[in-house]
Design a protein around this ligand. Sequence first.
Ligand code: XMP
Length: 511
Amino acid sequence: PVLVVDYGAQYAQLIARRVREAHVYSEIVPSSISTEELLAKRPLAVILSGGPSSVYADGTPNPDPQLFESGVPVMGICYGFQAMAVALGGTVEATGQREFGGTSLTVTGQGAVFSGLPERQSVWMSHTDRVSAAPEGFTVTASTDVTPVAAFENVERRMAGVQFHPEVAHTPHGQAVLRHFLYDIAGIEPNWTMSSVIDEQVEAIRAQVGDKRVLCGLSGGVDSSVAAALVHRAVGDQLTCVFVDHGLLRSGEAEQVEKDYVAVTGINLKVVDAQETFLKELSGVVDPESKRKIIGREFIRAFENAAREIDAEGPIEYLVQGTLYPDVVESGGGTGTANIKSHHNVGGLPEDLKFTLVEPLRTLFKDEVRAIGTELGLPESMVWRHPFPGPGLGIRIIGEVTAERLEILRAADAVARAELTAAGLDRSVWQFPVVLLADVRSVGVAGDGRTYGHPIVLRPVSSEDAMTADWSRLPYEVLARISTRITNEVPEVNRVTLDITSKPPGTIEWE
Ligand code: XMP
């Protein structure tokens, strides 16, 4: 792999993704890694990321000079560029002058990194210290008004560095800069593709599982669907999937899992129809936390029962989890199974059933998981499905959950989703909860008559990771169509409102 050394900024994951977009496999390693461990991973190249430190501050995680003697190609970015300069005998000075944001860069040399790129270009900067002298043997290839040494390289030693951030979208030629380093300086062949990932994972799963049986919990979400499809491709009928239909899914979603998904993958699917149980347990319950607890408990109960039955037909040894690379990196990176994020409610497993995890998406980012899903032939609506909470519509009905209310919410939600899709906005909106205020009524008029119906709340949000969010500025025409259609097509609803609260202070869901 290409190893991206993480110096603690938010940029390391982005760099890793960009390298992969250049069809070169990359992994993130912490800056605490020793040069020995790093070299043991046999990197094709090492990229030193940006970071918040100053190279001269105490306790700064500077790279080991040995790395530069190892013959491995190295690229430094921002802080990594400065750290590289110091380690190789150049100098870095604190100027006290910040250079931040879009900056005009002048390409000064015949650098391999800037080959074929415009002499003047805009780059994204974020630094205070700067390199004042490049290391001996290195050519300065670019500068800005405040940064005389904005890039340097030594092609013989296969090393280059840039002060700016090539990985961000605000550096229009950034991807070309990375590609030049990877292909022309480091000499790496761009052969990492989604089909090569599928082949590798299929091999790895077969090697791990052998002829043993595997269980998987399907939620209808992207990660579990793709993970199961990959495992199925590897071991076929050794895999059995369980889908608990709790009756709290949106219109068409259960059918999508039960029919479309099975039709495409040929997966062995056990559907547990638990709709009645869930409704019964939720009857009379209004408090959001109680609802969540009941839904979580019943889900595990239903899944456990199914798992036991399947286990009784022949012991199950493995369980598929759709853990993604960001979860792995954020929980300390590296290998091992510590700190696995509980996934789609299938967290609490029966004590007497001990499974080893199969995690075929552990090295992948979300966009790569989607690409694999597409390559495996999964329906687009599944591959691009928005995140959906485990407790489902149960926490989008404010008030008691009943079969009638679920029907109303499903109908309204289906309209909102269809119009969002028709407007081509699915991929620019992170999530679009539709909420039924079931205990609220307001007066309206329809034809010649008075109505006394329920309000619906539209909650479209934009977000990167659901930790923070902003309300999506959907075009008025789209909102108008949704409103007209819902009030026409769902007789119990006579008012449609828009939630314009960011997170914080609001959460994405209402309960
Ligand atoms: P909030 O409402 O806290 O939601 O802003 C953040 C994200 O998490 C989703 N969510 C859940 N996902 N089980 C899940 O799998 C849950 O119990 C759950 N509750 C909220 C929510 O849809 C949003 O994407």
